[in-house]
Design a protein around this ligand. Structure first.
Ligand SMILES: [Zn+2]
Ligand SMILES: [Zn+2]
Length: 279
């Protein structure tokens, strides 16, 4: 029996956006829980990792988890020192991510969390912590096979395809912007046949026209890439902080119209905080 699911704890891009206008889709930044039996992978440590930490702590068991980072922009890392399981020495947390800068992965992830920008360093937390540098070679987290891919984003970002032992797979690709036909073809091959794509879809095409080079995608890009790769379901994520729930509803209707108009065989939804999906 494989109990495999994902749960979204944060899907906002750039900046946490709390308030009455965003309670529907949620205001926390990128954080996804992936469970496959006993294996726990957390994709990115945006502000959504704080409520996830509370949830894990309430279960009262020692925690073994890998936090896998796409890149080091603050909306994907800022929640890390607020992840409560780091405060318990019985827990074992692996921090894994790419080397995208001059220094090591460890230097990049620990850099913001020290005085004067943060009161303490990560080394002061009692949990057992390990640092693991990811290259573009596939690797294993427990029974999950992880296939990394380089995305197009200022400073770089890694996307991850997670292949589960029961034959299903998901792709997490944020932050990413269309680059070239050749890169789009490589992306398509990398995600071919996956069951679910969770992809940056921050802008409408109209918004994107004035935001090229900012590192994010207009919704047609993930939709078309998924259709070309035979992925039946897309969750758009990295929602713009300037889109409240009303704007997001309109955004989704527009994306769905695009699918109908182009007769694409894809189901498109918004990644919504609190949502679980059985894989
Ligand atoms: Zn981001
Ligand atoms: Zn980024």
């Amino acid at each position: 029996m494989h109990k495999t699911y994902i749960k979204i704890w944060g899907a906002r891009g750039a900046l946490a956006t709390p308030g009455r206008g965003t309670v529907g889709v949620g205001g926390n930044t990128s954080c996804l829980e992936v469970r496959c039996g006993r294996d726990l992978v957390i994709l990115d440590a945006g502000t959504g990792i704080e409520p996830l930490g509370q949830h894990l702590e309430r279960q009262g068991q020692p925690i073994r988890a890998t936090i896998l980072f796409s890149h080091f922009h603050l909306d994907h890392t800022v929640g890390l020192p607020f992840f409560r399981p780091l405060r318990n020495k019985k827990n074992h947390i692996v921090l894994a991510g790419p080397k995208l800068t001059m220094g090591s992965f460890r230097q990049a992830i620990t850099f913001p969390f020290r005085p004067p920008s943060f009161p303490v360093t990560l080394a002061t937390f009692p949990a057992r912590m390990q640092y693991r540098t990811i290259s573009l070679r596939p690797f294993q987290i427990g029974r999950i096979r992880v296939v990394p891919f380089l995305l197009h984003h200022p400073g770089g970002s890694f996307g991850y395809r997670l292949n589960f032992p029961h034959g299903r797979s998901i792709v997490y690709a944020t932050d990413n912007e269309p680059k070239s036909a050749a890169h789009a073809r490589k992306l398509t091959r990398w995600m071919a046949g996956a069951d679910l794509l969770i992809h940056d879809g921050q802008y409408t095409p109209k918004e994107y026209a004035s935001r090229k080079g900012w590192g994010h995608s207009p919704y047609p890009f993930p939709i078309e890439t998924a259709a070309a790769a035979g992925v039946p379901r897309v969750l758009l994520c990295h929602h713009s902080p300037s889109h409240n729930d009303r704007a997001m509803k309109k955004f989704l209707r527009e994306a769905q119209r695009y699918i109908r108009w182009h007769d694409l065989k894809v189901r498109c939804e918004l990644a919504v905080e609190g949502q679980s999906i059985r894989i």
